[in-house]
Design a protein around this ligand. Structure first.
Ligand code: SF4
Ligand code: F3S
Length: 104
């Protein structure tokens, strides 16, 4: 499965949701997650993210985020259409330590 990781926090560009063939993205206030039970591992979303926040779960950077994706996929609503990204999304791109800023 693929996993949304830290760099999505406060960026939430949402290009990813438009390309997923199985619509398995779920949206929080400032972060998106992938439902691991629905993802078919196609990899189409990975290059679409301007923040490079999507990685395969085999990637080192996915480690603690895989669990978080599974958890919030069960709680947040499904999203299939790109909305408006936060006005300051570009400013937050590649900023470190964004995990604590994730709104649940
Ligand atoms: Fe959707 Fe494919 Fe990305 Fe999984 S890897 S979230 S199925 S686009
Ligand atoms: Fe997040 Fe990238 Fe999608 S910033 S909302 S994973 S396009």
């Amino acid at each position: 499965t693929y996993v949304v990781t830290e760099n999505c926090v406060r960026c939430k560009f949402m290009d990813c949701v438009e390309v997923c063939p199985v619509d398995c993205f779920y949206a929080g206030e400032n972060f998106l997650v992938i439902n691991p039970d629905e993802c078919i591992d196609c990899g189409v979303c990975e290059p679409e993210c301007p923040a490079e926040a999507i990685v395969p779960d085999s990637d080192d950077s996915a480690a603690s985020w895989a669990e978080l994706n599974a958890k919030y996929a069960a709680l947040w609503p499904n999203i299939t259409r790109k909305g408006t990204a936060p006005a300051d999304a570009e400013d937050w791109k590649d900023k470190p330590n964004k995990r604590e800023l994730l709104s649940s």
